[in-house]
Design a protein around this ligand. Structure first.
Ligand SMILES: Cc1cc2nc3c(=O)[nH]c(=O)nc-3n(C[C@H](O)[C@H](O)[C@H](O)COP(=O)(O)OP(=O)(O)OC[C@H]3O[C@@H](n4cnc5c(N)ncnc54)[C@H](O)[C@@H]3O)c2cc1C
Length: 319
């Protein structure tokens, strides 16, 4: 075990950095190659709460999600920068049945009438990790470097080129997998969000079935993230002010205390969606580094990160 096993990870979003750390913990010497700074990744702009959105298959999402929940909850307890546990309220218009992701979350209880905003008959209360990505992702990159993992800025045209001299290549390129490995089943699901001042909110609120579109409010330390859209196949990363204004209106329905909050920024990003997350090892080829893929997490990249990274590290160990 040790520095004789060399891994190259392509991508420095949440998938790449979590895989790099898990591989390093298992004795691999790790290089991360990325064609953009950590701050330019989709991961950096994510909301980002634990909640499975636009990712499959459901059984694996539940398993990865459960393990990621536990890891992030432990990081929150340990005081890792940017990670907190957030009380959450999911609003419903009809009585909610069992939630398929409930096993990952622990205690879920019906909201009391006095906990619901006007017009909402039902809600569920539970706690989930909320990750302030502009704090957490740079911390994770620095933590990786502290452990001896190198971060190099480089565009990778092929996994074979990236893996020269290595024993293992891990593909965590997100949407970049379309060109890197020609996987056209990875498609953008555009998300537009609004960053506003936080008037003192501490409860995360969501309404997945708001007639105007999805609505969520995630309070961070100094601001709140209001969302949002799920625009299948849309590539435009320019935020649309009219869409932003509609997001603010919907969010006022679910969190009336936001009234008067100042809009700080409109943001749009591209979720790397795929019918199913691709987490698998390619069959071994003599004389070539082993290849493992970990991309296509859609709207759940943070929610699934550490569970997926554990599986990547386990697959790497079998290689
Ligand atoms: C508005 C919005 C809100 C979201 N909210 C949440 C949320 O609340 N919870 C949640 O779990 N998820 C959320 N997501 C989804 C989450 O952001 C993504 O699933 C996650 O960021 C994907 O991470 P990744 O590391 O796979 O990809 P990315 O963060 O896109 O990173 C890909 C990396 O690969 C590099 N790369 C790509 N191609 C190449 C190449 N050829 N050569 C070198 N480097 C390359 C890039 O530079 C980048 O570093 C949200 C997304 C959006 C847009």
């Amino acid at each position: 075990m040790g520095d004789d096993r060399r891994a190259v990870v392509v991508g420095a979003g949440i998938a790449g950095l979590s895989c790099a750390v898990r591989l390093q913990e298992r004795g691999w010497s790790v290089r991360v190659l990325t064609d953009g700074p950590v701050e330019a990744s989709t991961s950096h702009l994510a909301a980002a709460v634990w909640f499975p959105t636009r990712a499959g298959p459901r059984d694996k999402v539940l398993d990865w999600g459960r393990r990621t929940y536990d890891t992030l909850a432990a990081q929150a307890r340990a005081g890792v920068p940017g990670v907190v546990m957030r009380e959450s309220l999911a609003l419903h218009r009809t009585e909610p049945g069992p939630q398929w992701w409930a096993d990952a979350v622990g205690e879920i209880r019906p909201a009391r009438p006095d906990e619901l905003p006007p017009g909402y008959p039902y809600g569920l209360r539970f706690a989930v990790p909320l990750v302030e990505m502009p704090v957490y992702l740079p911390w994770l990159a620095a933590e990786a470097q502290r452990r001896g993992i190198t971060l190099e800025h480089k565009h990778i045209a092929s996994l074979a080129a990236a893996g020269e001299g290595a024993d293992l290549v891990v593909n965590c390129a997100g949407l970049g997998a379309r060109t890197l490995v020609g996987d056209l089943s990875v498609t953008p699901v555009r998300g537009q969000i609004v960053r506003v001042t936080n008037p003192g909110l501490t409860l995360s609120v969501r309404d997945e079935d708001h007639p105007g579109g999805r609505a969520y409010v995630h309070p961070r330390v100094h601001d709140c993230i209001l969302g949002g859209t799920l625009d299948e196949g849309a590539w435009d990363t320019n935020p649309d002010p009219a869409v932003g204004a509609a997001i603010v209106r919907r969010c006022l329905d679910i969190a009336p205390a936001l009234r008067g909050a100042e809009v700080l920024e409109h943001v749009a990003g591209l979720r790397p969606a795929r019918p199913e997350v691709r987490l698998e090892a390619e069959p071994a080829t003599a004389g070539r580094p082993r290849v493992i893929h970990d991309y296509g997490h859609g709207g759940s990249g943070i929610t699934l990160s550490w569970g997926c990274a554990d599986d990547v590290a386990a697959l790497a160990g079998q290689a």
